[in-house]
Design a protein around this ligand. Sequence first.
Ligand SMILES: NCc1[nH]cc(CCC(=O)O)c1CC(=O)O
Length: 310
Amino acid sequence: MPDQTRPLKIGTRGSKLALAQAHETRDRLAAAHGLPPEAFQIVVIKTTGDRILDRPLKEIGGKGLFTKEIEDALIAGEIDIAVHSMKDMPTLQPDGLVIDCLLPREDVRDAFVSPQVQSIGALPAGSVVGTSSLRRRAQLAHRRPDLQLVEFRGNVQTRLKKLDEGVAVATFLAMAGLSRLGMLHVARDPIDPAEMLPAVAQGAIGVERRAGDSLSAELLAAIHHVETGHRINAERAFLARLDGSCQTPIAGLAELREDSLLLRGEILRPDGSAAISGHREGSVSEGPAMGADLAEELLARAGEGFFDHL
Ligand SMILES: NCc1[nH]cc(CCC(=O)O)c1CC(=O)O
């Protein structure tokens, strides 16, 4: 248990969504261990990704943009644990840090968001759609080459404001984020994963700690969600083998079926001119091997230069 004189410091980004995730983690920890809220202190840390808002993410660097400063604080002992959207996490953690605590996963789907239009299918030809996600951009261009795609950065509130201002007629947001913000009403149409496979680890929150910190390890073990862990392990092994940076459109989703794990994966050309998908099914313990194996298959089918910009 944390001692009474020093609260456990929970590091997080400062966005509304990040804070909601940090509060959920604190509430789960408090409930699991019968501790009062004062046993925890939420520490907001600004990251490079939060600071640079006027350039496409792919220009300022890949994954890690939203995590480096938080991991530095964890290593330095300025915080005890860090709460992350697993979707934004690099596949490897820095030496000395581990993520072995996953909270129960939220809705994995993307939502079609538009003040005027009901669904992707109902978008008039030539409509302007905003997204900063390479995956969503490629998936949409693959399905609707007639649409016009524009860069759309910023937090959920900023993107909704851009829709109101008419910068674009529609965008996509993760159902998980909208749910955690209490904003599910803006989701016009939740998109079935068979239609638009989500990002690896979408909807999952992970809690990072120092590998040698046995107190944090013990506290976090009590709130780890085992099924979510199995799914994330398979998906992240798939991503790791693809060398997934933010620069490549990759989608992946593992789901539990009876007592097996079904992993689906997809890679796309950045302009949406081609998409290659496949799946693996096996036991939960085989998840990481299935992920690597599926990635190998898709890479072999793609051939040299598949991800190159056209
Ligand atoms: N890349 C930003 C990001 N990271 C996690 C979420 C949503 C919550 C989640 O997927 O866990 C979002 C916003 C979005 O994609 O709409």
